[in-house]
Design a protein around this ligand. Structure first.
Ligand code: URA
Length: 205
């Protein structure tokens, strides 16, 4: 199976991991993508947020959560009294997977295949090992299944502290901010997302 493992330098700090990830060929997603979008944030962050994969804007800018989902996330973090500056933000998959659009149009996101998620996981493991956050928050099913196993159901288990044995870290899963943006009742979805982030705030103390 394809894997990023051989590209991950051992014992490297975040800056070195980021440089190495720029040249990752651990799966085929690097080909159409503009660049690797590695995690960003302080190495001593107590909170790590894990999304699915970079979106259209992130792929162009090279930073996680700087597009529409990121704006909603920023607002919710601020409302939950969690400062984005103190948070390490990353994604389960580090390249944007998309269906090409016509010139000038926003490209359409495609959910990464399980094999692409597992191929990319050595990067996330290295990030968690380096940052050692007090809590990891998985945003949406892709991140939650990547960290907590494919049996994890966000709809049933969101907003509760779970232990990820493999990563030796506490985890809370919630919905993805993009799902809030797409929800039929956006206000209700946003309130649910915010309630989960308040559990996060409580857990961090
Ligand atoms: N959605 C994600 O999951 N991650 C990003 O970085 C942006 C949008």
């Amino acid at each position: 199976a394809r894997s990023a493992a051989e590209f991950v330098p051992e014992g490297a700090d975040l800056a070195a991991l980021r440089r190495a990830a720029a040249g990752c060929r651990g799966c085929e997603l690097y080909r159409p993508a503009t660049q690797t979008v590695f995690g960003a944030g302080p190495e001593d962050a107590r909170l790590m947020l894990v999304g699915e994969q970079p979106g259209d804007v992130e792929d162009r800018q090279g930073e996680p959560f700087v597009g529409p989902a990121g704006r909603l996330l920023d607002k919710a973090l601020a409302e939950a009294d969690l400062a984005r500056e103190g948070v390490y933000l990353t994604n389960a998959v580090k390249h944007f997977k998309f269906v090409p659009a016509e010139r000038g149009k926003r490209r359409i996101h495609k959910t990464p295949a399980r094999g692409e998620v597992t191929a990319c996981l050595p990067w996330l493991r290295a990030e968690v090992a380096r940052v050692r956050p007090a809590l990891v928050v998985c945003l949406g099913a892709t991140a939650a299944k990547a960290v907590l196993g494919t049996g994890f159901k966000v709809s049933e288990q969101r907003g509760r502290v779970t232990r990820a044995e493999e990563y030796d870290v506490d985890v809370i899963a919630t919905v993805h901010p993009s799902a809030v943006l797409r929800a039929p009742d956006r206000t209700e979805a946003y309130q649910g997302f915010l309630a989960d982030l308040k559990v996060v705030r409580e857990h961090l103390g």
